[in-house]
Each structure stands twice: as structure tokens, then as C-alpha cells.
Design a protein around this ligand. Structure first.
Ligand code: AMP
Length: 427
């Protein structure tokens, strides 16, 4: 499917193409038509699936098509509520990108910074407000914000709101919204409190969900390396000392991370390139071509950039960061071991990623063998320079995770936890 087939207007199509997006992600394919039909939406999707565009793009279009779109006095008509400052900023940037030819006035507000510029911007008039709950309530309380004209309301990452203790604030905000509105509700998991909130908020919603995947190909051998975050670049270089790794696809959670990994590798003499959403389509295609032709040995990609990449006989995949969405792990390692060929997937897990590993193992229903015999075990991060790749030998044999108490990876007997640390059911 193409974006053109989603009935999007030309200024938006142009913006998406300028962003380098070639086709909609599954959540976008499902959500955009439903929102354009003015339906309420219940979206089960995590960050990384393209969910921001799934709600901002159709809202931008509907707002633009409203008869009073060109009016001079701007009142807040769309409210996007999100739990963290980072997400708020990211959503604000997405609105600027996808709406670059429509030019709605948007504003991002969050706490921990002076409210003065936010209040100034509010006074000038805002069409779309992206907010975290605390600051929104503050400014509402001071009379700077009224929600009386809200027509579109997005609740993003509802389960995280609950996890972060914001649910009461969220309910107070919701109580101020006009009843006649379109509501889009996103949550990665559906604990009972979130389910009741969704039923109270949504009217006959269209449910969209990114299909969960749970099985990993048997032809892929998977291993985990417990390593300090700081030592990950060294460990990657160490592994690349194994000449049998002719091509390696490395996954990074962030664009910035992908750039840094590629840069470090190049500095160490390994040919590497990064692909992610900030690169032009041409640059991404060129990088992919170079990787396929074996001109570059390592391709570093973010999850979305890697979508649709089909590389024959890719033998190795590395997870530089463990994904916080377990299904993403399955997608990532599914890049290798295709069509019955054997593949290897290495994953680096630092102390902060333990929860992610637990979720992944729960999803795939197996323990991933841990490689212990490597030069950078957990707790050994040191500032000295890494040895050259040529001085290294490949790592030793993996062991079954869970047999070594010092890594703390024994089956705990506790109920499965999500990446946010709660025992919540999936969508
Ligand atoms: P999100 O899940 O909204 O945080 O999006 C994750 C990343 O995917 C962001 O960097 C977006 O810019 C990018 N992205 C979203 N939709 C697409 C698409 N259709 N094609 C390529 N990249 C996309």
C-alpha cells in the first residue's frame, strides 16, 4: 500500500515524501483511514511502529479540511497528551514535519522548564497543543488554557501514564474536555484500569493493532552478551574480529545511536554505514546497495529504517540495544536465517536492559544462551582504549542463560513483566 492510496491530501503526501517515507507502516495503514472517517480509535502499538504519524497525519488533514481552518483567532482544537517530555518533543517535531505545507500553529508544553515562553506562545494562539499532564493542569489552573474548543483528543501511551502515576491527572484533564470530540487512544498494553478508561473515553472505536509476532526462526542461533553500556562499541569491534562475519546488520534503538555506532566502526577501520529516517531516501538506498554488494561490511539501522529491507543470505544480525518492544526482537532477528539458511543473532544487554530481555524471553518462550567468555563482561567498563580488531579472537561458546547466578538471569518465578516493569496483559 502507498500513502497515496490512503486518501491523503497533496500537501501531506509531499511532506511525507520529503521525510523519505515510502509507504505506510501497518499501524498507519489501519489508523489513517479510520481517523479520516472521523471514527474514534483504540490503537495497540508501541513507539517505533510509526504511531505518531498514524495519529498526527490524519488529524492534520481533518483540521485543514475544517471550514474554519483559515480563521484568524486560533483556539486549541487538538490536544495530544503524552507522558514524557521526550515524547512530547518528538510529537511536536512530527507535527512540524508532516504539517510543513499546512502550517497549523502547534505548541509543545511540559514541566521542568520556565512556563513564560509557553504562556507567550499560548497567547498568540495555538491550533494543536502537545502536552504532558502536569504542566497542562498547571496552565489550565492559571487560566492560560481552556479545553472548551477541543475537537480532537489523543491520549498517547496510556499505560505509561498509569505506570508513571499520572492517571489521576489524566482523568482530571479528560473531565474538562467537551463531549463532542474525536478521541484516539494509544496504549501498548491493556491493564484493567486502562481498559476501563478506554471504554469510558471512546465511542464505538475502530481497534487497530500491530500484529504481535512471537516465534523466532529455528534456523537462527541466538546469543546474549551481558555487557556494560559503555563497552558495547568495544564488544562489537571484538566480534567483528571474526572474519567469518562478512556482513552484519546492527540494530540501534535511536537514529543518533545508529550514527555513532557507524562512526565508531569506521574510525576503527571497519566499513560501516547507518540508515535511518533522517537520511534522504537516496542516501539510504545507496547505503543498502553498498551493504548488499559487500562494499560495506556493517549496516547500522533503526527499526523503521530496516523495515522492508530484504537482504539475501544475511548471516549475522546484532542487537546493539535490546528493543523495549519484545516483538521487535523477533522482527530484527528474522532478518537472518531466511529460507532455511542458518543465521546468527547476537544481542547486547546492559544492566538497564534486563527487563527487556525478560520480556523477550517470555515472548519467544525460550531462554537465550548467554556468551560468558568475552572480554567485556558486565561491571568491567574501563576508560582504556579498545585493542585493534585484528588482535582479537572470536568469542567462546555460549552457555544457557539462567545457570549463572551472578548474572541474575535465573527464572524468577515472578509473573512476566512488561518493559515498564508491570504485569500487564498485552493488547
Ligand atoms: P514512532 O513509532 O511514531 O515513534 O516512529 C518511529 C520512527 O519511524 C520515527 O523516526 C519516524 O520518523 C519513522 N517513521 C514513521 N512512519 C514511517 C514510514 N511510513 N516510513 C519510514 N519511517 C517512518
Amino acid at each position: 500500500m502507498t500513502f497515496g492510496e490512503l486518501n491523503l491530501i497533496e500537501p501531506i503526501l509531499r511532506a511525507l515524501s520529503q521525510e523519505g517515507y515510502e509507504r505506510p507502516t501497518p499501524i498507519q495503514e489501519q489508523a489513517i483511514p479510520a481517523v479520516l472517517k472521523h471514527r474514534d480509535l483504540l490503537g495497540c502499538a508501541q513507539t517505533g511502529t510509526g504511531k505518531t504519524a498514524a495519529f498526527t497525519v490524519p488529524i492534520l488533514q481533518i483540521m485543514h479540511q475544517e471550514p474554519d481552518a483559515g480563521r484568524s483567532t486560533r483556539q486549541i482544537r487538538t490536544l495530544i497528551l503524552t507522558p514524557t517530555r521526550e515524547l512530547a518533543i518528538q510529537i511536536g517535531e512530527s507535527i512540524l514535519s508532516y504539517g510543513r505545507h499546512l502550517k497549523p500553529r502547534s505548541l509543545v508544553i511540559f514541566g521542568g522548564v520556565s512556563q513564560v515562553p509557553q504562556v507567550d506562545a499560548l497567547r498568540k494562539g495555538v491550533d494543536i497543543l502537545v502536552a504532558t499532564p502536569g504542566r497542562l493542569l498547571d496552565l489550565m489552573g492559571q487560566g492560560y488554557i481552556s479545553l472548551a474548543n477541543i475537537r480532537w483528543f489523543v491520549l498517547d501511551e496510556a499505560d505509561r501514564m498509569l505506570d508513571m502515576g499520572f492517571i489521576h491527572d489524566v482523568k482530571r484533564i479528560i473531565a474538562q474536555l467537551p463531549t463532542k470530540r474525536q478521541t484516539l487512544f494509544f496504549s501498548a498494553t491493556m491493564p484493567s484500569e486502562i481498559q476501563s478508561l478506554a471504554s469510558a473515553l471512546l465511542h464505538d472505536p475502530v481497534k487497530v493493532e500491530v500484529t504481535p509476532v512471537s516465534s523466532t526462526a529455528e534456523t537462527v542461533s541466538q546469543t546474549i552478551f551481558h555487557v556494560d553500556k559503555k563497552n558495547k562499541p568495544r564488544l562489537l569491534l571484538h566480534l567483528l574480529g571474526d572474519a567469518s562475519i562478512q556482513s552484519l546488520l546492527v540494530f540501534s534503538r535511536t537514529k543518533h545511536g545508529a550514527n555513532r555506532i557507524a562512526k565508531d566502526l569506521v574510525k576503527a577501520g571497519v566499513s560501516a554505514e547507518a540508515i535511518h529516517g533522517n537520511k534522504s531516501q537516496g542516501a539510504r538506498q545507496q547505503a543498502l546497495q553498498n551493504f548488499k554488494n559487500r562494499k560495506t561490511r556493517v549496516l547500522v539501522a533503526t527499526d523503521i529504517a530496516a523495515r522492508g529491507i530484504d537482504i539475501d543470505d544475511l548471516s549475522h544480525v546484532a542487537n546493539f540495544d535490546l528493543p523495549n518492544v519484545p516483538e521487535t526482537y523477533v522482527h530484527r532477528i528474522g532478518r537472518t536465517g531466511r529460507a532455511g539458511a542458518s543465521g546468527k543473532a547476537f544481542s547486547f544487554c546492559d544492566a538497564e536492559e534486563r527487563e527487556f530481555l525478560r520480556d523477550i524471553q517470555k515472548l519467544i518462550g525460550q531462554r537465550i544462551p548467554v556468551v560468558e567468555d568475552h572480554p567485556f563482561p558486565l561491571g568491567t567498563a574501563a576508560p582504556e582504549a579498545a585493542p585493534e580488531p585484528s588482535e582479537r579472537r572470536p568469542s567462546g561458546q555460549p552457555r544457557q542463560e539462567g545457570r549463572h547466578p551472578r548474572h541474575g538471569n535465573r527464572p524468577s518465578g515472578r509473573p512476566p513483566r512488561t518493559a515498564t516493569g508491570r504485569s500487564w496483559p498485552r493488547c
